[in-house]
Design a protein around this ligand. Structure first.
Ligand code: ATR
Length: 529
C-alpha cells in the first residue's frame, strides 16, 4: 500500500500540530517543512527538536532550498545571511553559507532523534547530516527536483538507471518532475516502469498535468504521495492558512475519501477524464462517488491532456480500463479508436473510450444522455414522445452535433442557428435540417416557433457570462429552453426564457445522465477482464 504523507507547511509548530490532528484519519505520515517555519519558531530549537515526539505519525524532516522549490534562507532568514536556528544554538553562524547552516540544523535535529525519514537533496553531499541520520536510524530520502523540461521517453532509461544507482546506496530515491504536457507524464510513467525493480522509491509529477501520478502513486511504484491539508474546513480552523507544498498537490481528505487512495491496488480498475481544461470538471466526484456507493473497486481521475496519443499510452502503462473524453478531444478520440459504436460514428465524436485488446473502443453517451435529460425536463413517459416536435439548436460544434443527431434519431425536426452559418449548413446537411446564422434575419425560420430550444455554445459561460447568443428571439411556442451549460446554473439565455414564463433546464442533468451511461460501460469493462 502506498501511504499519504501530509506536508506540514504552516509557519508555526502549533499550527502544524493542529493541521495534523484535523487530518489524522486521512494520513499515514507527515513531512515537516522546516524551511517554511517562521524565524521566531526556528529560534526555539529545542521545541523543534521535540516535535517528532509530539507527532502522532512517522515524520520526514525536510529543509528545502529555494532552487529545490523551498524557502530556506528566504523570508525566515535574519539579515546577514545567518540561519536563525544556528544563531539560537549559540554557534557562530555569521560568515557561513546558508548550506552550512542548513546542514548544522539537520545534524542538530537528527541527533535528537525521532525522525523516521530525512530528505536530503541528491547532488548535495551533506555528509555530516548523512552520518547523523545513519546514527539515529533515520531513513534517508535522496530527492531530485526538476522544474525544467521533463525528459523525453528515450531518456527514461537514463533516469531509471539513476534511480537504481541512488537506491544502491541504501537511500530512498525520490524524483519530482514538473510536468507541462501529457508527454512529460508519459516520460514519468516510463521511468516508473523501467525502475519497477527499485522497491523503495517515490516518483511524482508536479503541476496539473502531473496530478494523476500523485493519485496513482501505487501504479508509479511510489512508497507514498504528498498531500496538503485541504481547504474544505472552515477558515478559523488551525492551519487554515496551510498551502500546497508543491504545485498539483491534492488534499489529504480528497485523496483518502474521494479517490480512496489507500484502497488502490495493482488490480483496481482505473478510469480517467481526458480534456483540457479539466480542473473544473465534476466527473471525478460523480464517478468516484458511484464506485464507492455501489461498493465497487475503482478510481477515476482527471487527466489534463494536450496530446491524446501520449495520454492513452500512459493509460496503457497504468493499465487503465477506460476514459471519459471532453473538449477539445472528442473528435480525436474517435479518430484514434480501433472500434466504435454507431452513434459515435454518426456524430463524429466520442466521449467514451474503453480498453479493447491493444486499442480503444469509442462510444458516445452524450446523445442518449441529452435525450434522457430532455425527457425528464419535459416530463415525458419516454423518448418516443419527442417524435414530431420541432427543436431549435444554437451552435454547430461538437456538443451541437450530439444534440442534432440525437434529436434527428428521436424524430424531432431541427433548425440549426450558428454564429458561422457555413458550419450550421454543413451539420444541417447531415440530417436534412434547416439552418441559418444568429442574426435576426433567421427569424423567418422561426415564424412558427419551436417546441424545444437547445443552447449548445459556450456563450453564457465564463468569460461570456453576459452573452445571450440569440437575444432577439421571443421563445415563441417554446415548451422548454435547455442550456448545456451548467456553470453558471442559469445563463442569460435561460434567464430570458424564464422571464417569459418558459420552463428551463441547464446541463447538469445531461451531465449526470451521460455519466451514468458511461459508468455502466466502465462497470462492465471492469468486470470483463
Ligand atoms: P463544443 O464541442 O463545446 O461544441 P466547439 O466544437 O468548439 O465546442 O463549438 C463551439 C460552438 O460555440 C460553435 O458553434 C461556436 O460558433 P462558431 O462555429 O461560429 O465558432 C459557438 N460559439 C462560441 N463562442 C460563441 C459566441 N460568443 N457566440 C455565439 N456562438 C459562439
Amino acid at each position: 500500500m502506498s501511504r499519504i504523507c501530509l506536508c506540514l507547511t504552516a509557519s508555526t509548530l502549533r499550527e502544524n500540530l493542529g493541521v495534523l490532528k484535523l487530518c489524522r484519519d486521512n494520513i499515514d505520515m507527515a513531512e515537516l517543512r522546516v524551511d517554511l517555519l517562521s524565524a521566531s519558531e526556528l529560534d526555539r530549537l529545542d521545541r523543534l527538536a521535540d516535535f517528532p515526539a509530539r507527532c502522532p505519525v512517522p515524520l520526514v524532516l525536510t529543509i528545502r532550498l529555494p532552487e529545490d522549490g523551498g524557502h530556506w534562507g528566504g523570508e525566515n532568514a535574519v539579515p546577514g545571511n545567518v540561519c536563525p536556528g544556528s544563531a539560537a544554538a549559540g554557534s557562530a553562524a555569521a560568515g557561513r553559507t546558508l548550506e552550512e547552516q542548513r546542514e548544522e540544523l539537520f545534524v542538530h535535529l537528527l541527533k535528537k532523534g525521532g525522525w523516521a525519514f530525512v530528505d536530503l537533496e541528491e547532488g548535495r553531499p551533506l555528509e555530516r547530516a548523512v552520518s547523523a541520520a545513519r546514527q539515529s536510524q533515520t531513513r534517508i530520502i535522496r530527492s531530485l527536483h526538476h522544474f525544467g523540461q521533463a525528459p523525453e521517453k528515450p531518456e527514461a532509461g537514463f533516469w531509471a538507471d539513476r534511480l537504481k544507482n541512488m537506491a544502491s546506496e541504501d537511500v530512498i530515491p525520490k524524483l519530482a518532475f514538473y510536468c507541462r504536457s501529457s508527454r512529460d507524464v508519459l516520460a514519468l510513467a516510463h521511468i516508473a516502469r523501467l525502475s519497477s525493480d527499485v522497491p523503495e522509491k517515490v516518483i511524482l509529477g508536479m503541476g496539473e498535468y502531473g496530478m494523476p501520478t500523485r493519485i496513482l502513486a501505487r501504479r508509479m511504484g511510489s512508497l507514498w504521495t504528498y498531500a496538503f491539508h485541504g481547504d474544505s474546513l472552515d477558515d478559523d480552523s488551525p492551519g487554515a492558512k496551510a498551502r500546497p507544498a508543491a504545485p498539483g498537490q491534492l488534499s489529504a481528505r480528497e485523496l483518502d475519501e474521494l479517490y480512496r487512495f489507500r484502497e488502490i491496488t495493482a488490480q483496481t480498475p482505473l478510469f480517467g477524464l481526458l480534456g483540457n481544461p479539466v480542473s473544473h470538471s465534476r466527473s471525478p466526484r460523480i464517478h468516484n462517488t458511484w464506485f464507492r456507493e455501489q461498493g465497487l473497486p475503482g478510481a477515476y481521475l482527471a487527466m489534463r491532456t494536450d496530446d491524446v496519443p501520449a495520454a492513452l499510452e500512459t493509460g496503457r502503462i497504468w493499465g487503465m480500463k477506460g476514459f471519459s473524453v471532453t473538449v477539445p478531444h472528442k473528435a480525436k478520440a474517435l479518430e484514434l479508436s480501433v472500434a466504435s459504436g454507431t452513434l459515435a460514428r454518426r456524430i463524429g465524436a466520442a466521449n467514451t473510450l474503453l480498453a479493447e485488446g491493444e486499442g480503444w473502443r469509442a462510444e458516445n453517451t452524450d446523445a442518449p444522455g441529452f435525450i434522457a435529460a430532455l425527457v425528464e425536463a419535459l416530463v415525458l413517459k419516454e423518448a418516443s414522445a419527442l417524435a414530431g416536435m420541432k427543436a431549435l439548436v444554437i451552435g454547430a460544434g461538437g456538443a451541437a452535433r450530439a444534440a442534432v443527431h440525437a434529436l434527428d434519431e428521436a424524430g424531432v425536426k431541427v433548425i440549426i442557428l450558428n454564429r458561422t452559418p457555413e458550419k450550421a449548413r454543413l451539420l444541417a446537411g447531415e440530417v436534412g435540417a434547416r439552418w441559418g446564422g444568429l442574426e435576426q434575419d433567421s427569424a423567418a425560420l422561426l415564424v412558427n416557433g419551436a417546441d424545444i430550444a437547445v443552447q449548445t455554445t459556450s456563450a453564457g459561460m465564463a468569460p461570456m457570462e453576459t452573452v445571450n447568443p440569440l437575444p432577439w428571439w421571443n421563445f415563441r411556442n417554446c415548451r422548454l429552453a435547455f442550456d448545456m451549460v451548467y456553470a453558471p446554473e442559469e445563463t442569460v439565455f435561460l434567464a430570458r426564457a424564464r422571464s417569459l414564463g418558459i420552463k428551463t433546464a441547464n446541463g447538469l442533468s445531461m451531465l449526470q445522465y451521460q455519466a451514468a451511461l458511461q459508468f455502466d460501460m466502465f462497470r462492465k469493462s471492469a468486470v470483463t477482464e
